[in-house]
Design a protein around this ligand. Structure first.
Ligand SMILES: O=C(O)c1ccc[n+]([C@@H]2O[C@H](COP(=O)([O-])O)[C@@H](O)[C@H]2O)c1
Ligand SMILES: Cc1cc2nc[nH]c2cc1C
Length: 359
């Protein structure tokens, strides 16, 4: 079997016994039952992923930013020139982007991966160079990539997740950089959620009404040309995806196979999670939605996947910024499950142990 098939086969459901133990422990912690809300669910899923209660606190963390360019840029779907992708890669490596600053605050490492940036970046120190091609092809003219390239992208992402796990990282976060990639994201989302392009296409970096109408039309034409079959995720990725979508989908599969949590970012990582879930639905057990992006396709994606965003701050940047902001929430959920005293250990009276007047 290939790396992709091996990894898919290694993705297993969450451990029900550990989750039951975590739910029971949450109910014995010195707080009213349910008062940690969504954090209780996060802690239960972390226990299920680790197969232990309490699980280790997931740290240290690392965010991997997958960068690539898009042939569909030629259709005028974004106001930004393609060279900004490469320029931002250099900015990530110099430590000057928003994701670097948020990662410093969260104590997370930043790894930058070139999976298909159009510009030459071979000799750049610190960059993981895995360029499949200098950008995808224009999805309105033919498939964005070959099936073989789609598989390469997935396997690069799996390898990056495995490498970070081997280096001792215990919590992964996913990020992206790619001018025009909200077009490919909306196309993937339309295919996997079955929604119309008009419902799931947004303004990306910021486009006017005329450009938005063209973007929706471009996606509609690409879908009419390829008629992608959602039960063939490799085919969908090849038809309308980006190299970074494939790599991020692989990164999610690699995290799930290694039973490490992976915190997702905005609409691009959400679209990639749809691809990953189409290969291995149980991979969603490892996924935590860091935030909800302003992009309409992202809300639709999270609802489709059944993932609840941990923060909702009108972000629409990408780079992994929303994922990194959510890292302390995921880590705090695990730490609370491990370190908060129980009613018994702290000698605090539980309301259920109080004798009632008529008892
Ligand atoms: O994460 C998001 O939800 C998000 C929403 C809008 C834009 N972006 C970022 O903006 C770039 C793509 O925007 P666009 O308009 O060129 O398709 C790409 O680098 C993304 O990381 C990201
Ligand atoms: C400047 C800039 C920074 C970004 N970071 C992620 N996507 C981006 C798009 C642009 C245009």
């Amino acid at each position: 079997m290939s790396k992709l098939e091996d990894t898919i086969a290694a993705v297993r459901p969450l451990d029900e016994a550990a989750m039951a133990e975590a739910r029971a422990r949450q109910d014995r912690m010195t707080k009213p039952r349910g008062s940690l809300g969504v954090l209780e669910d996060v802690s239960v899923r972390l226990a299920g992923l680790a197969g232990a209660c309490p699980p280790e606190v997931p740290e240290p963390a690392a965010v991997a930013v997958f960068a690539s360019d898009h042939g569909v840029h030629a259709q005028g779907v974004t106001p930004w020139p393609q060279e900004v992708t490469a320029q931002m890669v250099l900015n990530f490596l110099a430590g000057g982007a928003v994701v670097n600053v948020f990662a410093a605050q969260a104590g997370a490492r930043v790894t930058v991966v070139d999976v298909g940036v159009a510009a030459e970046l071979e000799a750049v120190p610190g960059l993981l160079s895995h360029k499949i091609a200098p950008g995808t092809a224009d999805m309105t003219q033919g498939p964005a990539m070959t099936r073989d390239q789609a598989r390469q992208a997935l396997e690069i992402g799996i390898n990056v997740a495995e490498g970070l796990a081997l280096s001792g990282v215990r919590c992964l976060a996913a990020g992206d950089m790619g001018i025009a990639n909200t077009t490919a994201s909306a196309a993937l989302i339309a295919v996997f959620t079955g929604r119309d392009p008009g419902e799931v296409t947004g303004r990306g970096t910021g486009i006017d009404d005329a450009t938005l109408a063209r973007k929706v039309d471009v996606i509609g034409r690409a879908l009419a040309l390829h008629r992608p079959d959602p039960s063939d995720p490799l085919g969908v990725l090849a038809a309308v995806g980006g190299f970074e979508h494939g790599a991020i989908a692989g990164f999610i599969l690699g995290a799930a196979a290694a039973r490490l949590p992976v915190v997702l970012d905005g609409v691009i990582t959400g679209a990639a999670a749809l691809v990953a879930a189409a290969f291995a639905p149980d991979a969603l057990g490892a996924c935590f939605a860091g935030h909800r992006s302003v992009e309409p396709g992202h809300g639709a994606t999270l609802r489709h996947l059944g993932l609840r965003p941990l923060i909702d701050l009108d972000l629409r940047l990408g780079e992994g910024t929303g994922a990194v902001l959510a890292l302390p929430i995921v880590q705090s959920a695990a730490r609370a499950l491990r370190d908060v005293a129980t009613f018994d250990s702290a000698g605090v009276t539980d309301k259920d142990d109080v004798a009632t007047l008529d008892a």
